[in-house]
Ligand binder design. Sequence first.
Ligand SMILES: Cc1cc2nc3c(=O)[nH]c(=O)nc-3n(C[C@H](O)[C@H](O)[C@H](O)COP(=O)(O)OP(=O)(O)OC[C@H]3O[C@@H](n4cnc5c(N)ncnc54)[C@H](O)[C@@H]3O)c2cc1C
Length: 498
Amino acid sequence: MIADIVIAGAGPNGLMLACELSLAGIRPLVLERLPERTQENRANGLVGQVVRMLDRRGLYERLTGHEDPPRPAPGFVFGALPIDLSVLDDNPLYLLQVPQRRIEQMLEERAVELAVEIRRGHELTGLTQSADGVTLQVSGPAGPYSIETRYLIGADGGHSVVRKLAGIAFPGVTTDAMIARTAHAVVPAELVDPATGGLDIPGYGHVPPFLHHRTERGLFVYAPLPGAPAPLISTMEWNGQDAEGPLTLAELQASARRVLGVTIAFAPPAGPGPHMSRKLNGGNTRLAERFRDGRVLLVGDAAHVHSAIGGPGLNLGLQDVVNLGWKLAAEVRGTAPAGLLDTYESERRPVAERVVMSSRAQSALIAPGSEVTGLRALFTELLGDPRNVRRIADLMSGADVRYETGCDHPLAGRWAPDLDLEDGARLAELTRDGRSHLIDFTGGDWGHPVTAGLPGSAVPCTALLLRPDGYVAWATDVPQPDAESRASLKAAMRRWPA
Ligand SMILES: Cc1cc2nc3c(=O)[nH]c(=O)nc-3n(C[C@H](O)[C@H](O)[C@H](O)COP(=O)(O)OP(=O)(O)OC[C@H]3O[C@@H](n4cnc5c(N)ncnc54)[C@H](O)[C@@H]3O)c2cc1C
């Protein structure tokens, strides 16, 4: 059989890529080795620009169940240090608390709506590349078979078979020093502080809800997630005790006692599961040597893995695929200029490198020991300055990402600001189609039907060209279109087709 594009892996990134390709008019085939959607839950939430990106595809409201637009968070944590985001005029950090299982379910429903074929129980086992395409070996329920495709996308997670088969190295570090334990567990009702939703623990003190809470011996998290069968309790330690065997509540309790110095009696959750009980030993920080080998490209965890601290994984992965989808579709349609597909790696690798830097810095800040306590005191002082809060918020959200688009207007290469269009719609409603849009702030001089008012504080701008991924390809501040500005717009449309 022949398919234009095959995606290996129906995790969040593979499914989102399938949706993006379909919006761009290319229907991919998705191969997933698991016969059913996994019950494993990894992410508890989305952090950063990804929340606004999902809004710009109409997917945010599918997750929240209401039509209100996303709002920035008043506070968050960096390396278990609280950050007060309310000091920022234009806070870029958006959060959405939602389990990964729910994200995957929503993306699968959307992909099916867009007529994507998802083959479950079909595992990619081999590949051979030629100049024109890739031959894939697949093991399915009815036995092995092969597929010819023009492009193969490895969205098959951190242990990516695609990456290995394509001979792409995955350099980085593996550490076995840390043990993270997480389980749903009931805590005694008298410990819950109704004012904050956190815990008031006799002999220890206050533990705020949802945030990583560090002591010199480890980390403790109390997360009473809405809709969960019981609060999620997590600890992280660096002493290697009880590393083997499945996690028990007694073990979690002993770990919490070592971290906090007091005993909290945990009880098993009542009612039907699934109840979380997970122990992770160590972790990996690795970045693929390259994101592309000929007609094979890597996205998401197949391209990069790092600590989950601060929740950057899906902000990075889902924006990888929104960056790649329209470029790959243009390539398959034959409308892509030379080099367009290579901008996937040139644009996304630096973003992945910053996530690696940020997660390493946060891992250092949560480590045990009195030196780290000193470092944290210094960081706390620095975070008293709103300019530093801004830098950290930009880093965690990805609002500091600026792609090289060939245009020197200050908005070019940046995430397009939220705009209200002349017809009363939000920009996020216009962009659900996954296409490019020319936005006209002059009321019609650019002869384009989509006109809008720029938010008050924005830099001077009379028109902008929006790429399908929500970034500005080109912008101008000339009061009236002239020959030069029209020519530069045309050049931008050729360079960034959609
Ligand atoms: C404990 C933990 C907590 C986390 N918390 C957060 C968080 O709060 N926020 C956040 O944003 N991120 C978080 N992450 C990261 C996030 O879970 C990952 O970044 C995300 O799952 C990556 O998605 P993916 O689609 O790239 O890969 P995966 O989710 O790993 O999906 C890969 C898919 O490919 C399939 N597959 C594998 N091999 C083959 C093959 N040969 N053929 C066909 N199919 C194949 C697999 O079965 C799987 O379904 C967390 C991760 C962990 C481990």
